[in-house]
Design a protein around this ligand. Structure first.
Ligand code: ZN
Length: 284
C-alpha cells in the first residue's frame, strides 16, 4: 500500500472548512499544560468541528480534575466548547499509587455525572514497571468496569497477549466493551481486539511519515470498529508535529483515516462519531 504522506494532506484551515463533526475520544485536557488557555483550546476544538470529547484520567488527581472540568462544560455543544465527558482510572504507569484508598476514590469518581468509562487502564511492558502488579491492577479495574456496566479505555504497549487474556474473561462473562486507545500494537492485536468486540482508536501517529505499518493496520480495521483521538497534549499529528497537541487536531486524524480507507473525511467523521456515541453511551 502506498500512502506517502504529503500527498493531498490538507492544512488545518482547509480541514476546518470541510465542516466536519468530530468526537475526540481521548484527550488529557486536565493536564496543567492546558491551565493557561483551556477555554481557548476548547473554542478552537469547537471551531474545528469537535462536538464532544473525553477528558482522560490516569490517577486519582487527574481523574477528579477531568470529572470537574467535564461537569463545568456545556450540556450541549455550544459555540464555545464541545460537550465534555470524563474517564477515571489508574494507568499502568501509576501502579504505585493504586492502593485501596486510591481505588475507592476512583470508584467514587466513576459514579459522578459525565464520567463515562474506566480509563485509561492497561498494561505497558515497554518501561521497567512491575508486570505482575500491573496485571493485578488492570484485572481489578476491568472487573470494576464490568460491575458498574461501564466501558474501558485501554492502553496496551508491548503487552498484547496479557491484555487480550484479561479482557477476554470479562467480555465472555460480563459483556465488557471498550477501546484499545492510541493503537500502536501489531495488526494481529487489532484483529483480536475486533474479535473481542472492542474498538480500535487511532491517533495522530497515523500521519507520521514512518508509520506505514500502522496505516496498513488501520486499513484492515473496519471503520465500524474504529475511533479517532488526539491523545492531547502528546503526539501532535502532521503538520503540527512537535507542538502541544490539542483536540482541534483530531480533524487531521480523520482526514488521514479517510485517505487510508478511500472515503471522505465526512464519512469517517460520521462513522467514528457514531461509534464513540454508542460505546460511551454519550447522550448530549
Ligand atoms: Zn492517554
Amino acid at each position: 500500500m502506498s500512502l506517502a504522506r504529503g500527498i493531498g494532506h490538507a492544512p488545518p484551515c482547509s480541514v476546518e472548512k470541510l465542516g466536519l463533526r468530530l468526537i475526540d475520544s481521548h484527550a488529557h485536557l486536565a493536564e496543567d499544560r492546558f491551565d493557561d488557555d483551556r477555554a481557548e483550546v476548547l473554542r478552537r476544538a469547537r471551531e474545528a468541528g469537535v462536538e464532544a470529547l473525553l477528558i482522560i484520567g490516569y490517577n486519582v488527581e487527574s481523574s477528579a480534575r477531568a470529572a470537574a472540568i467535564a461537569q463545568h462544560g456545556p450540556s450541549s455543544a455550544s459555540s464555545d466548547s464541545p460537550v465534555l465527558y470524563a474517564t477515571a482510572g489508574f494507568a499502568p504507569h501509576n501502579v504505585d499509587e493504586a492502593d485501596e484508598e486510591g481505588l475507592a476514590a476512583i470508584t467514587a469518581i466513576l459514579e459522578e455525572p459525565r464520567v463515562v468509562a474506566v480509563g485509561e487502564i492497561g498494561l505497558d511492558y515497554h518501561y521497567d514497571m512491575p508486570q505482575r502488579e500491573q496485571r493485578e491492577l488492570f484485572d481489578r479495574q476491568v472487573g470494576l468496569a464490568s460491575e458498574m456496566g461501564l466501558p474501558v479505555v485501554v492502553h496496551s504497549r508491548e503487552a498484547e497477549d496479557d491484555v487480550v487474556a484479561i479482557l477476554q474473561q470479562h467480555v465472555d462473562g460480563d459483556g465488557l466493551a471498550g477501546v484499545i486507545h492510541c493503537f500502536t500494537e501489531s495488526s494481529r492485536m487489532a484483529e483480536r481486539a475486533v474479535e473481542l468486540g472492542f474498538y480500535v482508536s487511532f491517533a495522530g501517529i497515523l500521519t507520521f511519515r514512518n508509520a506505514g505499518d500502522l496505516r496498513e493496520t488501520a486499513a484492515r480495521v473496519p471503520l465500524e470498529r474504529t475511533l479517532i483521538e488526539t491523545d492531547s497534549p502528546y503526539l501532535a499529528p502532521v503538520p503540527h508535529r512537535g507542538k502541544r497537541n490539542e483536540p482541534a487536531f483530531v480533524a487531521e486524524v480523520a482526514s488521514a483515516l479517510a485517505e487510508i480507507h478511500g472515503k471522505s473525511a465526512e464519512e469517517v467523521a460520521a462513522i467514528t462519531r457514531r461509534n464513540a456515541r454508542e460505546l460511551f453511551a454519550l447522550r448530549d
